[in-house]
Ligand binder design. Structure first.
Ligand code: APR
Ligand code: PHB
Length: 392
């Protein structure tokens, strides 16, 4: 079989790329090792930058996000028992974010791809990449015991942190940068009303907590837990009791608890692979980078990678230009590293690090105090949170 772009992975990166290329008349196939239901079953983050919303618009899949998403103009920082609102809308000259679950983004992209009758191979096994350092790259996979081979012009590795694409590149050709944090996030999804209208990021003596949401009736909460903690150590009751301990009295008063729909622990890491292009193979999204979820940048970085990559492919086919392709990696990495910095900074500011001792604690408190009392510092936080501009 032949196509123009073979996309590995049917997460947000792969599906958004497939949709943008389809809209531009570029033939593509998506090869996914899991089932569609499995992909939808992964609970991930839920804050979309305007840039991501714009790309969903371009892909023709933003309708539900506009109808059901929650536009947010600010969020709150809770520390030393007090909440301080960061007014993003005012500080950034009118920008905001959209609270809308990644699962719903993926669902919308899947539905659009199916409606367009595009080729998506789920439950593909033994996916392998070949000759991407030539002009005739190939992808092989097995489906229902039958071997398949795709010849293509380009391969997009949208297969996440544990995918095959980056693993197919010779180790000598890729530089890895990584930082693993000494804690994880215990997350709960529950059909209970959120504790507030906006997100609350809490730095407390017992550890970090985040109060988020998916709608006015569905909430998403997170607690900082030791990196060796196990979800088996937690019950719904224990979770709600610990969350309540980390909230201020007013929020605690409004907390509505209920049975968890999902409970899981995610490790926190910062990771970047450089470069993101290897001949005719291009990495996008989690295949190339990971951020700690504190700054809500994971999905948004995946989207901006895909924005750059789809533009590069469109330019190649329409204008026979290599410029976008040749600049892809540098353009992505410039934005990625700024988001890595912000995510690392926000994580370092909001979590407890016992190993930094009393001095480290005092520095954290001083930075929080400065942050909420300095318009310049709050503006810096706000402009990173809503998303830095994409320089095409
Ligand atoms: N062959 C085919 N598909 C694969 C392979 C493989 N060898 N390995 C992984 N995949 C699939 C995974 O099953 C997954 O569906 O690739 C997809 C990668 O999706 P994500 O991991 O969600 O990565 P991405 O699409 O870049 O989205 C990034 O997802 O994990 C969150 O926080 C992250 O919000 C960010 C977003
Ligand atoms: C979420 O709603 O899952 C969420 C929101 C903001 C974050 C991280 C996760 O910073």
């Amino acid at each position: 079989m032949r196509t123009q772009v073979a996309i590995i992975g049917a997460g947000p990166s792969g599906l958004l790329l497939g949709q943008l290329l389809h809209k531009a008349g570029i033939d593509n196939i998506v090869i996914e090792r899991q089932s569609g239901d499995y992909v939808l079953g992964r609970i991930r983050a839920g804050v979309l930058e305007q840039i991501t919303m714009d790309l969903l618009e371009q892909a023709g899949v933003a309708q539900r996000a506009h109808a059901e998403g929650l536009p947010h103009d600010g969020f709150e920082l809770l520390f030393k028992g007090e909440r301080h609102r960061i007014d993003m809308h005012k500080l950034t000259g009118g920008k905001r974010v959209m609270v809308y679950g990644q699962t719903e983004v993926t669902r919308d992209l899947m539905a659009a791809r199916a409606a367009a009758g595009l080729n998506t191979v789920y439950e593909a096994s033994n996916v392998s990449l070949h000759d991407f350092d030539s002009q005739q790259p190939r992808v092989r996979y097995e489906k229902d015991g039958v071997q398949h081979e795709i010849t293509c012009d380009f391969i997009a590795g949208c297969d996440g942190f544990h995918g095959v694409a980056r693993a197919s590149v010779p180790a000598s050709a890729v530089q890895l940068y990584e930082k693993v944090y000494p804690f994880g996030w215990l997350g709960v999804l529950a059909d209970v009303p959120p504790v507030g209208e906006e997100l609350i990021y809490a730095n407390t003596p017992r550890g970090f907590a985040l109060c988020s949401m998916r709608s006015h009736t569905r909430s998403r909460y997170y607690l900082q837990v030791p990196s060796d903690d196990k979800v088996e150590n937690w019950t719904d009751t224990l979770f709600w009791e610990e969350l309540a301990r980390r909230l201020d009295p007013a929020a605690r008063e409004r907390l509505v608890t209920g049975p968890s729909l999902e409970m899981s622990i995610a490790p926190l890491r910062s990771f970047v692979a450089e470069p993101m292009r290897f001949g005719q193979l291009f990495l996008a999204g989690d295949a190339a980078h990971i951020v700690p979820p504190t700054g809500a940048k994971g999905l948004n970085l995946a989207a901006s990678d895909v924005g750059y990559l789809s533009s590069a492919f469109i330019e190649h086919y329409r204008e026979r230009s290599q410029a976008g392709i040749d600049h892809y990696s540098a353009r992505c990495l410039s934005r990625i590293w700024k988001a890595e910095r912000f995510s690392w900074w926000f994580t370092s500011l909001m979590h407890r690090f016992p190993e930094t001792g009393e001095f480290g604690q005092k520095i954290q408190e001083a930075e929080l105090d400065y942050l909420v009392n300095s318009e310049a510092a709050s503006t810096s936080l706000a402009e990173n949170y809503v998303g830095l501009p994409m320089k095409l």
